[in-house]
Design a protein around this ligand. Structure first.
Ligand code: BG6
Length: 482
């Protein structure tokens, strides 16, 4: 690619993630030498003012020792800015002008704007010939707020761009540790024979956050936890855990297998929403020793938006028959933690039962963030002469990834995704059929809540959600791994 056109260039994602990622790639010599980055947004800036504001963003979000002045200068020189109101089609000519010779060739476009602007933006791009075969289009979430609106976006995109040109972002797929799930499952012979209903008792996926609304009042109150986190990130994690081995690590094979899982999710609707889901909203409390306000106070008015959701899901296929997948995510929980917890089945018969020794099932715990580690809990013998019978204890086999790869910088998810976009590899982007299968499942849940009149239950900030979330698993004899 020789140009990257970024819509929403002055926004929060651009400043916090995209520009720091592009800088990181540039400093490592990974961007094409002649790549020009054209930022666009409504603000009335020129190149100089835009570069200055991005220099400030780099200073805010990158460790000072990585900000070598040569690297910063070279990066800033790649930046151009065009002020644009996307609802005015005639202004797109200026954009085209800023892209130099043959502007519709070797062009990657990144839409980091409100989805309501996707339609006019795409129409404007088409109007000035920036939508042909030489262009790739990346779209940032939210891709709609339900299946119908997501289809409308996908249709608007598809009327101009082929699916092979469309790169839908789920930034979780850019996380090193999420890709590591594939390495763990398909790079080791050890797990796969047990990775099914015969070997696994249940799976838990937790994405816990300590933050609250972070200023995104209107957006979050419209979305809620199930649409903000489950519809995308958590269902992608579930798909990676549950999918069949793809034949190759390529875009078609991997996404074919993920979509099969997403389509095999057992619907949760008005019949079972109350027994299979729990929703909550945080009240005031303390997180990490700090007093924090409740959601409604933060928002400024009462709301029935859920800031916590727990779901007992099933995948209706041979591999996962009767294996529950418990999902939970929430804001203002006690710790920031993204983790996949897999509990294996008990041994079929304990030879130690006579001596009173208790066996615990093996567990595989894959920490995605902030700790990046893989831990296997195994039963081992406690040292001793065993006069009262052999005693056993769970001991972890622990791989800390930062220790194993101490000299490798941990990259922001967007570094990987932007590089893949520029190089045209869609493997870690979400295909249309995946997004739509995700929405289909989520829409049924939300319709079930509505039909049932389910309202979020209160939980104190700094707790692990409403007590009903604990009951959801305890009914099955399962305890959340906190
Ligand atoms: C975003 C959500 O997609 O993911 C946010 O909109 C959430 O609400 C964020 O905080 C979490 O991402 P990460 O990478 O911090 O786990």
């Amino acid at each position: 690619m020789k140009s990257l056109l970024l819509f929403g260039a002055t926004g929060d994602l651009s400043r916090r993630m995209l520009m720091p990622s592009l800088f990181g790639l540039d400093a490592d010599g990974l961007l094409p030498a002649d790549l020009v980055i054209v930022g666009t947004a409504r603000s009335d800036l020129d190149d100089v003012a835009f570069r200055k504001s991005i220099a400030e963003a780099l200073a805010d979000f990158i460790e000072p020792e990585r900000l070598k002045s040569n690297d910063v200068d070279r990066f800033l020189q790649r930046l151009r800015y065009v002020s644009l109101d996307v609802s005015k089609a005639d202004q797109f000519n200026v954009l085209r002008g800023a892209l130099g010779d043959s502007p519709g060739q070797n062009l990657a476009i990144f839409l980091s704007t409100a989805p309501s602007l996707f339609g006019p933006t795409i129409a404007g791009l088409e109007c000035v010939g920036l939508a042909g075969g030489g262009v790739r289009l990346a779209l940032e979430k939210p891709l709609g707020h339900d299946l119908a609106s997501s289809r409308a976006i996908n249709d608007a995109v598809a009327s101009v761009f082929k699916e092979s040109q469309t790169f839908r972002i789920d930034h979780y797929l850019g996380k090193e540790t999420v890709q590591n799930l594939l390495a763990l499952r398909f790079g080791n012979a050890l797990f796969e024979p047990l990775w099914n209903a015969q070997g696994i008792n249940h799976v838990q996926i937790t994405v816990a956050e300590t933050v609250g609304l972070e200023g995104r009042l209107a957006f979050y109150d419209d979305a809620g936890a199930v649409r903000d986190m489950v519809q995308n990130h958590m269902l992608q994690l579930l798909a990676l855990v549950a999918m069949e081995p793809p034949a190759r690590f390529d875009a078609t094979a991997v996404r074919d297998e993920k979509v099969k899982v997403l389509r095999s999710l057992r619907p949760i609707d008005a019949q079972n929403a109350a027994t299979h889901t729990v929703i909550g909203q945080y009240g005031k409390g303390a997180v990490a020793g700090q007093l924090v306000a409740g959601y409604a106070d933060e928002l400024g008015h009462p709301s029935s938006t859920e800031t916590f959701v727990a779901i007992k899901a099933h995948i209706d296929n041979w591999r996962w028959k009767n294996v529950p997948f418990y999902l939970r995510t929430g804001k203002r929980l006690p710790a920031r933690k993204t983790e996949i917890f897999i509990q294996f089945n008990d041994v079929p018969h304990s030879i130690f039962a006579g001596s009173g020794a208790k066996l615990a099932a093996n567990k595989l715990i894959i920490g995605l963030q902030p700790e990046e580690n893989v831990r296997l809990e195994l039963m081992t013998k406690e040292p001793g002469l065993d006069r009262a019978g052999m005693r056993l204890r769970e001991v972890p086999l622990d791989i800390s990834l930062p220790n194993a790869f101490a000299d490798v910088r941990r990259r922001i998810a967007y570094e990987r995704l932007l590089l893949d976009l520029l190089e045209g590899d869609p493997t870690l982007f979400v295909r249309r059929d995946e997004v739509e299968a995700q929405w289909t499942w989520i829409d049924a849940i939300r319709a079930g809540w509505k039909a049932d009149g389910m309202e979020p239950k209160a939980y104190g900030a700094g707790s692990w959600g409403p007590s009903a979330a604990i009951a959801l698993t305890e009914r099955d004899g399962v305890t959340w791994h906190d």
